[in-house]
Design a protein around this ligand. Structure first.
Ligand code: ATP
Ligand code: MG
Length: 422
């Protein structure tokens, strides 16, 4: 029978891939905790409106990339393409809009129907942080600082640049939008078909176009900066001064409009040159109106999401397989006595492995492959004497350890003989 292949754009996380993935997520989770973010887990599928209402009909995600389907009741459901809209939905439906601010961390798979390539998949994973219910620029800085601290802890901060922009407040955007419409309307013959639609529906989105002709027009388009209201200008200045105070370097990039409709004021991306055109590893911004779109009150918020696969690719090396102690029975010792020792070591927090069968030579070979820190030989003689041989693999040295010590103080036994992982 033919083998069934994984679905295009999906991948298994096994071995080194899984260790990279787990390292990125656990590092992020740890640092998010230091900043007071609590983890939430929301469902992998939602009512389609959670995304269609919030991300905007003309966003790439909603118009081309969503995995939407009708369930057996005919209800339209969507595999989540991103986390923020679902977190806002959860804030509202769990009645948490009265307990603000909420600082939320999440990690999990996301789904987008994209053309798969390096760093771009149909099922990928994100970590994300959302600070809900804080209108001050200091909140933006804290969110960015957390992102930067995670990138630093992963050892990739030197590979990335923080690019920052402002989209202003509603009034600034209205003025800018009008200026963009009048500018692009003069080039209707040159705009791509997609951008002609965007011109009608959401002209800001033209700035995000990947079409080469569009890009050339975008280069001379009116700038947001010229249309900022005094309030929006003050916010923008405060943000940059506070970032300077935190010692976080950034570059202003006026083309960062982000692909989704819900952003205002701050938008930012951490970008690397190391991953070709999939160079954005972490991206986010302020979304003061999103919770309202989910049927809640106005909850000014800021957040970001990062692609775990892209961060995994940037890691210098995959974390090593943790070392373990391998038990090698010699001859035919009493099983019950062997299991007693095996379980006692595990209960004491020592990683222990035992092969189910095989000659002494085979078992020693396997211990080598398993990257064993120690081998503990258990034979009939040793069991009778109440003392066992422990071989430290790095040095090749052997020592005798008493039964009592093994059952009461195993960690010290192995740590003393040169294994730092215990
Ligand atoms: P891009 O411009 O690369 O398509 P995006 O603007 O669509 O990214 P966001 O929606 O902001 O991305 O998602 C945040 C992060 O999630 C991205 O910066 C990226 O690291 C990661 N990401 C997004 N889409 C994918 C994907 N299809 N495969 C892998 N990672 C992804
Ligand atoms: Mg995209």
């Amino acid at each position: 029978m033919s083998t069934i292949q994984p679905v295009r754009g999906t991948h298994d996380l096994i071995g080194e891939d899984q260790r990279r993935y787990a390292h990125v997520v656990s590092t992020a989770r740890h640092h998010a905790g230091l900043y007071g973010f609590e983890e939430w887990a929301t469902p992998i599928f939602e009512d389609t409106r959670v995304f269609s209402r919030s991300l905007g009909d003309t966003s790439d995600v909603v118009s081309k990339e969503m995995y939407s389907f009708s369930d057996r009741d005919g209800e339209s459901l969507t595999l989540r393409p991103e986390g923020t809209a679902a977190i806002c939905r959860a804030l509202v439906t769990n009645g948490l809009t009265q307990s603000l601010p909420q600082k939320v961390f999440y990690a999990g798979p996301m789904f987008r129907y994209e053309r798969p390539q390096k760093g771009r998949y149909r099922q990928f994973h994100q970590i994300g942080a959302e600070l809900l219910g804080a209108a001050e620029p200091l909140a933006d800085v804290e969110a960015i600082a957390l992102g930067y601290q995670i990138l630093t802890a992963l050892g990739v901060a030197d590979d990335v640049t923080l690019e920052l922009n402002t989209l202003g407040d509603t009034a600034s955007r209205e003025a800018w939008r009008a200026a963009l419409v009048s500018y692009f309307s003069g080039y209707k013959d040159k705009l791509s078909e997609d951008s002609l639609i965007r011109l009608e529906k959401n002209p800001l989105r033209i700035l995000d176009s990947k079409d080469a002709n569009d890009r050339a027009l975008v280069a001379n388009a009116p700038m947001m900066e010229e249309h900022l209201t005094p309030d929006a200008k003050a916010f923008w200045l405060d943000l940059r001064q506070t970032l300077d105070g935190f010692g976080i370097a950034y570059q202003i990039n006026t083309s960062i409009v982000r692909g989704l409709d819900y952003y205002n004021h701050t938008t930012f991306e951490f970008v690397t040159r190391k991953l070709g055109s999939q160079g954005t590893v972490m991206a986010g911004g302020r979304y003061d109106g999103l919770v309202q779109q989910m049927g809640g009150p106005e909850v000014p918020s800021i957040g970001w999401a990062a692609g775990v696969e892209r961060l995994s690719m940037l890691l210098e090396a995959a974390p090593a397989v943790p070392q373990s102690v391998v038990i090698v029975p010699v001859g035919a010792p009493d099983n019950a006595a062997v299991f007693k020792i095996l379980q006692s070591l595990r209960q004491q927090g020592v990683r222990v492995e035992i092969g189910y069968k095989g000659s002494l030579r085979k078992r020693m070979e396997r211990a080598g492959k398993q990257n064993a820190s120690h081998v503990l030989f258990l034979g009939e003689d040793e069991l009778a004497r109440g003392a066992f041989r422990v071989k430290t693999m790095a040095s090749g040295q052997e020592q005798e350890v008493s039964h009592d010590r093994l059952l009461s103080d195993a960690k010290a036994v192995f740590a003393a003989s040169g294994d730092t992982s215990l």
